[in-house]
Design a binder for this molecule. Sequence first.
Ligand SMILES: Nc1ncnc2c1ncn2[C@@H]1O[C@H](COP(=O)(O)OP(=O)(O)OP(=O)(O)O)[C@@H](O)[C@H]1O
Length: 543
Amino acid sequence: MSLFVHYLSLPYLIQGIWFTVMVTALGLGGGLILGLVLAWMQLSRFSVLAAFARGYTVIFRGTPLILQMVFAYDALPQIGLKLSAVGAAGLALAANEAPFIAEMLRAGVLGVDRGQVLAGQALGMTPALLMRRIIAPQAIRTMIPAFGNETVSALKNSSLASVISVEELTLRSTQLASSTFDFFSIFFASGLIYLALTTAVSVIQLFVERALDLDRPTAQGRLAIFLPWRRADLAGGLTLAEQTSVPAIAPQNPPPDELPPPSRRATSRLDRAKHAAMVERNNVAVEVSDLRKNYGGQTVLNGLDLTVRVGEVVALLGPSGSGKSTLLRCINHLEDWDSGMVRVGGRRLGHRDDGKPLSPRAIAHERASVGVGMVFQQFNLFSHLSAKENVAGPLRWVHGMTRVDADRRARELLERVGLSHRADALPRHLSGGQQQRVAIARALAPNPSVLLLDEPTSALDPELVGEVLEVIRRLAVDDGLTMIIATHQIRFADEVADRVAFLSGGSILEEGPAHEILTNPSHPVTQRFLSVMEGDDAPESAA
Ligand SMILES: Nc1ncnc2c1ncn2[C@@H]1O[C@H](COP(=O)(O)OP(=O)(O)OP(=O)(O)O)[C@@H](O)[C@H]1O
């Protein structure tokens, strides 16, 4: 026992730790940089880069690290690259770790909900901005456990550096044992030192995981100063003390969601008819002509034409799979199409005037300047940001608003959708209806010229549908916003829409004044569709 304690504190062994840590740090640091490059290459649009990265991965993941170390130490000098033993071991470890780290990074990036990426694009975020503000913060959080594992594995793998005479812990233990023959005590002491190092890594991993856990309010507050995507919350009006006291879950008796009273403008059908007649004279807001889109062999949009005027509310109805969502995504150029043209505010979104496609970055800038807001079926709120940050963040990042102005606008809009009291809640602490109202506030924040709503209530429980429809109704009636709404809510369409377009098989079968189409459809497919809906949601027929 005393010998064991003696070896545990022997400077010769302790100094070996320094080499072990150095090789590990070089391997992990280099592996992280190289892994980032490999992950970027694999995710890139250029297939040559992706193929090169895959080839690298196959070679370095498929050959033993020990051979890579020997190669780095003995073969590289042949081509004039002479490295120290520690340098060669660090380089080989980095080259070996890189493909594993790249896969981890790729899994983290691909694991971020695609809906949030779409929402960011719809808000006019460039690919780089999306990566920095939306994808990376979420991916990093999910990658911590895997990165902890990788660190432990790199630490243990560093022992292979002994084959190229790096005087790390394993080599020194072996040397000591061969001179003293006290194998058991020396290797037991050395094993215990490795265990202490890997335990330290696990403790750090645990600390970082807890610190990044958004559900722990204390951590949120403390760590926010180091995290760019959380710093915003602090500066948004809450002091650090207030921030740390924000409850992780909704308070027991939260104040009820209250929408401000609507304007006195009536929502009667007669008013809607007058409104429809009035917008007839307005400029064209959205023009879709002869739009065609296929997914593989399936035709989803089949030469579709649609014109929407400023201030008009158009409801898209039609059976499931008729192409409503695809049409909305094309209008915002979240989806490319095969032929035809889409103009928003007179501009060909996504294309130059000569018809050539724009780069993703240029499309993002154009989306932001043309102003097409989008509300999705699944809300697609940024799950790592509070309700207020979901609204204020894009205003700062995309539209260059100051923090004070963006926060003020976010608060105004949250108040308008009756959620000012939940401004600091994370999306997962809100009900579906509340999340959709935040999503509407977020889409409205940059004052879009057109708002596209893709079945905004179909993911909601029936008792939550009403609150979201009320918010949309107010936007249509009080604010006169130009809207295109894909919906299955027939009664709602009758109340708020000026016009209904009925889609089937990727084209518009029938369109016209909402009440007329809904109560007296002329096409047999529309008649059949409305009669199926009749039981629960059909409008009262005209008197
Ligand atoms: N990314 C995709 N890849 C392949 N097919 C797709 C894709 N997106 C949609 N589709 C297909 O395109 C067709 C139209 O889909 P879309 O979502 O536009 O219909 P919808 O009218 O909005 O339906 P719903 O009312 O059910 O939402 C469907 O048959 C769907 O399976």
